[in-house]
Write a protein that binds this ligand. Sequence first.
Ligand code: KIV
Length: 278
Amino acid sequence: MSVQSAIKRKTAPDIRARKNGEPIVMLTSYHAHTAALVDRYCDVILVGDSLGNVMHGFETTVPVTLDMMILQGHAVMRGSQHALVVVDMPFGSYEASKEEAFHSAVRILKETHCGAVKLEGGARMAETVAFLSERGVPVMGHIGLTPQSINTLGSFRAQGRDEGSWDPILNDAKAISDAGAFSVVIEAVAEPLARKITKTIAIPTIGIGASAACDGQVLVLEDMLGMTERSPRFVRRFGDLAAQIDASIAAYASAVTDGSFPAREHLYGVAVTTTTPG
Ligand code: KIV
């Protein structure tokens, strides 16, 4: 049996087919070890450019490079077997032209072996989404709050909180869906608008701060595990890992200091060689 037929991963068409079906479960991961854990429960693993904030301590995702995304995308592919792995296209790797977007996306697919890419932007990116989709690159869209545009937005603020501002966001969703994306992330959008988008467009919506009306949900893994200091209002902390890690490291430091670690069971003895008298 070939390796390809032994491992059955979810595909972009599988996720596309989940519109109005069982909710799509998605989390981020940037490493092989967390990918292996996430893979047990999630349909989609997103190698998000949030790795710039979470792994590298950047204030925004703007400094993240294509090489950084490819390195971590490859690690996540090695750690997972079942979920569809989607790799974010970082700021500056796709906006200038649809051809530039295609070359960046092809590098991501060839060098990581992932199943799809994600890019930010609505109507303005529709031509690019169509260009990629028609050429064998499955695209997940990302509308509402688009963190890569922080320098023009000015702040990370929820979108669509007054009804008068809904039309451009609804148009973005329609444009991305009509262009051939297989799904779309909706970030930080008022609940009634997220509901309206989900009812209107043909592809699954995956919400982050966009309510349970969406066809699926995504969170940043480290936020939901309680590892990050600050997290947005839409995050539920399903764990308290920062406190557990802190306690474990404190216990290690005190065991090293008081000499109780390493103990007898952690030691290698000397092998005893017996010689038989001749
Ligand atoms: O980069 C990321 O983690 C994301 C999610 C917040 C959707 O784009």
